[in-house]
Design a protein around this ligand. Sequence first.
Ligand SMILES: Cc1cc2nc3c(=O)[nH]c(=O)nc-3n(C[C@H](O)[C@H](O)[C@H](O)COP(=O)(O)O)c2cc1C
Length: 327
Amino acid sequence: MANLSTRFFGLDLKSPVIAASSSMTGHAEQVIKLAEAGAGAIVLKSIFEEEIYLELQEELSQRSSLHADPEYLDYFDYVIKEENIKKYLKLISEVKARTNVPIVASINCVSSGEWVLFARKIEEAGADALELNMFVYPEVYKSGENDEQFYFDTITKVLQVVKIPVSIKISHYFTNLPGIVQKLSQTGISGITIFNRFYSPDIDIQSQTVVVSDVLSLPDDYILPLRWTGILSGILSCDLAATTGIHTSESALKFLLAGASAIQIASVLYIEGPLAITRMNNEIAHWMDQKGYTNLSDFRGLLSQTSSSTQAWGRVQFMKYFGEKAF
Ligand SMILES: Cc1cc2nc3c(=O)[nH]c(=O)nc-3n(C[C@H](O)[C@H](O)[C@H](O)COP(=O)(O)O)c2cc1C
């Protein structure tokens, strides 16, 4: 019988299929269902700095007479954040009391500011690990180096505050992706997940308005993180996981073959519910049995750039494939 155990977030997981952070992981009952379905770990919905900020604005507008007092503003900022954190801490302790599946807290960070101190409270509430969902919106007046420094500063500060393992989830928006990801892997973090998927605007040509594009990923979206999993998996000093577009056991297996230790899924959970995890676990085990593999380590990374002779991961231009096509 195939053994699906793996290691990610600095933790031993019984399955490589992780329930990624989303609104599905923001309620205790749903988290328990995901655990019962066989998730290797569950990443709770992120605390968003943006969300905290919006709440703060709303409260402030109701108390306009106090706007002028900077000392009060500092205090108020703290209280509001405390309220948000309290709800989050309650969620962590509740789900920790009800399941043995590793629970990973998540913070959506765009700065290395005050929230860093709250990471310790997350640890005290019992979270097994912490994932930082990191992204800096690029602005024309800022340099790439400046934006990259945010990642290092934040990781350093968080690692000083907590003892639980810290992982990061990042986007692909870097100039030299392998260079920066390798450096990030050497900071003391336990894992890196590539790549987060963002809210993206689209255009409705009938109403001629900007609208929200599909919130959920499509099954073909896995191709971008797959390439970079193949390239990065052999050159990092921490474990690598992948997310975006992984809807089937087939795509999950591709990531394991490319060298990922785990995969994080969200969209397919919205489409199929928690049983998508059970299905993927069963199908991965079935494929391993068919191929004669006992452990994930028997085939993990077999097709990565470092372990295979293929040049395909680094090829970007189509050249001969479309150059000679006659119509
Ligand atoms: C509705 C929704 C809410 C999400 N909320 C969060 C979040 O709070 N924090 C986070 O790090 N990622 C969040 N994500 C991103 C997912 O964790 C995941 O990395 C991404 O959707 C790619 O995986 P998928 O293709 O399986 O959806 C969210 C995704 C969706 C679809």
